[in-house]
Write a new protein. Structure first.
Length: 126
């Protein structure tokens, strides 16, 4: 698996990419592969103040539902509305499809997240 090195990763399989004063958040290719065909992405509340590790929303597939967690503390500022009608965009291009944007309380918190090599080691460990 080739991981983009322009972002950080969480042990719960989210990726985090800086964009202006916010972070784009999505799920990794490994996560979408494990879930299978996505049929719903939602329950994200714009304006919600979340602590790192709080549930931000959910993705559902034909196999399972999985919570999506806030990678850092902050405010949810946007949900990717394209996913309302096309949740499978994540299946097609997980690293190109963000799910929500979070404005971090402290952007430096992302420094504590995994780099691509650290995330790959986590996945390889099973």
């Amino acid at each position: 698996m080739s991981l983009p090195n322009d972002r950080k990763y969480t042990s719960s399989h989210e990726w985090v990419k800086p964009e202006g004063d916010a972070f784009l958040v999505g799920i990794t290719d490994n996560a979408q592969d494990q879930l299978g065909d996505l049929v719903f992405v939602g329950d994200f509340k714009v304006g919600a103040q979340l602590a790192a590790g709080d549930v931000a929303g959910v993705v559902e597939s034909v196999k399972a539902a999985s919570d999506i967690y806030a990678p850092v503390a902050g405010e949810v500022v946007e949900f990717n509305e394209a996913l309302d009608g096309q949740p499978d965009l994540i299946n097609q291009a997980a690293f190109d499809t963000w799910i929500f944007k979070i404005k971090p309380a402290n952007a430096a918190d992302a420094d504590a997240l995994l780099d691509g090599e650290g995330y790959q080691s986590l996945v390889d460990a099973g």
